[in-house]
Design a binder for this molecule. Structure first.
Ligand code: FES
Length: 58
């Protein structure tokens, strides 16, 4: 997983954006979603994003 990997194409969110949300206090996938709006457009990224979040939060 690279920081520059795009995790949500609709919003152009990357792993780095997810890490930033975690650094800013998000402690679950749902909180990352709240902070970034990840998955709020087409939703296709949610399964992969959830997996990435689990790794990042582990
Ligand atoms: S790819 Fe994330 S909402 Fe569409």
């Amino acid at each position: 997983m690279e920081n520059s990997d795009v995790i949500c194409a609709c919003l152009n969110l990357t792993i780095e954006d997810m890490k930033k949300a975690i650094k800013d206090g998000a402690s679950s996938f749902e909180e990352i979603q709240k902070a970034t709006e990840l998955g709020s457009v087409c939703g296709a990224c949610i399964d992969d994003a959830r997996k990435a979040a689990e790794e990042l939060l582990a």
